[in-house]
Design a protein around this ligand. Structure first.
Ligand SMILES: C[S@@+](CC[C@H](N)C(=O)[O-])C[C@H]1O[C@@H](n2cnc3c(N)ncnc32)[C@H](O)[C@@H]1O
Length: 228
């Protein structure tokens, strides 16, 4: 387990505290439609941090070709119909490029800024000419609207129970997922970033925002920065 990260509950837990069985149960939301609307039809997508394929499988159904990457083999074992690669994202070098690189699930907020740089450099390294990076970042009240709770129509409750600054701009966040027959918790580190800080983090590695895709600015399309 990574320092500052923890997971509890039944089954395998990834180094960042995610429970594999939990992710097999979580329904997908609007993510595949947001992605499909932002990229060319039939694009070749490199999905970073794919988990069990919650987004991968709906993207395949929409006609995309997906290479799905996760550092947990217990997660990638659940991927069907896509090429699955088990690797830390920071060290990934497939020697090929893609029309779209997807960095979702708030991974860009990695507690360790050097890890964040590694993640974003991997995005850039795998981008074909004319390609685009899609990033899912935290919403503006992610760290302030705490505690909060959402009851999902699928019959479970998600709670963010704590969010503590622990120094150097990093927060430790604790969430819990309560199902009628099982319960999981995840504790993880997140580095909140204002819009300006996020754009600076992209610039650091040679990326820039092309468009904010949703009104809440959570979904972003980024491109290689144009030379000055
Ligand atoms: C919160 S889960 C989300 C999974 C999937 N994107 C989804 O929405 O269902 C984050 C996933 O990213 C993976 N992950 C986190 N950091 C990673 C890293 N540095 N390299 C590779 N995989 C990573 C974890 O193993 C986990 O499966």
């Amino acid at each position: 387990m990574r320092k500052g990260y923890q997971g509890t509950g039944p089954g395998a837990i990834t180094p960042d505290g995610c429970a594999v069985e939990l992710y097999t149960r979580l329904p997908v939301g609007a993510e595949p439609d947001i992605i499909a609307a932002a990229v060319p039809a039939g694009a070749r997508i490199l999905e970073l941090g794919c988990g069990v394929g919650r987004m991968t499988h709906p993207l395949l159904e929409r006609g995309f070709t997906v290479t799905a990457v996760d550092e947990s083999a217990e997660m990638t074992d659940h991927i069907r119909g896509a090429r699955a690669v088990c690797s830390p994202i920071e060290r990934l070098d497939l020697g090929e490029t893609f029309d779209v690189v997807l960095l979702a699930s708030f991974l860009v907020h990695a507690g360790d800024a050097e890890v964040r740089r590694g993640l974003l450099r991997t995005c850039l390294r795998h981008l074909a000419p004319g390609g685009m990076v899609l990033i899912q970042r935290e919403g503006e009240d992610y760290h302030t609207d705490v505690p909060r709770e959402r009851v999902d129509p699928a019959g479970f409750t998600v709670r963010i129970t704590a969010d503590e600054p622990i120094g150097d701009g990093v927060h430790q966040v604790r969430c819990e997922y309560v199902f009628p027959d099982a319960e999981w918790t995840q504790t993880f580190l997140s580095r909140p970033m204002t819009r300006r800080q996020f754009e600076d983090a992209l610039a650091e590695v040679g990326l820039e925002v092309d468009a904010y895709l949703t009104e809440d600015r959570i979904w972003v399309r980024a491109l290689p920065a144009k030379p000055e």
